[in-house]
Design a protein around this ligand. Sequence first.
Ligand code: HEC
Length: 137
Amino acid sequence: MVVLLVIGSSCSGDDKEARRRAAGSNPTPAAFARVADASRGRAIFGRCAACHTIGKGAPDNAGPNLYGIMGSPVAHNSARFGYTDALRSAGGVWTEDRMDRWLTSPQRFVPGTSMGFQGLQDPLDRADLAAYLKTQG
Ligand code: HEC
């Protein structure tokens, strides 16, 4: 019985722990990006989908459409969306590093943002999600 449980748990998990080890000790966002899994990121995007669409030309929701977001200028992805001044004045483009900090805690990265999302605590989840975003655009 114990053996079966052990086998069961190792089969039901994905390769997350192996990927975490492969990222090395003290991994940077770039190191996590090398082991990221876009298909897992697609599942994580379910937590964003309450407020964001990602299809090309899809309408904004509570948040702006995110098609092609990686590498695009901050607060410019949707011409129609009413961004906060806080996000508008952040400047720059959505690099891996910035996306990682944003997804860790939107409020800490851009105080005053209207994105009501508490953040993803696992750096591998953030890397998987960014890898998925990269495939959409
Ligand atoms: C409760 C609604 C909500 C959830 C959930 C949410 N967002 Fe947002 N998001 C927003 C809003 C609102 C903004 C605009 C923020 C502003 O203008 O300050 C935004 C902005 C963004 C932007 C900036 C877009 C641009 O054009 O620069 C990115 C990137 C983003 N969200 C990614 C995500 C991701 C990835 C997730 C899932 C982990 C997520 N969001 C979850 C509401 C949400």
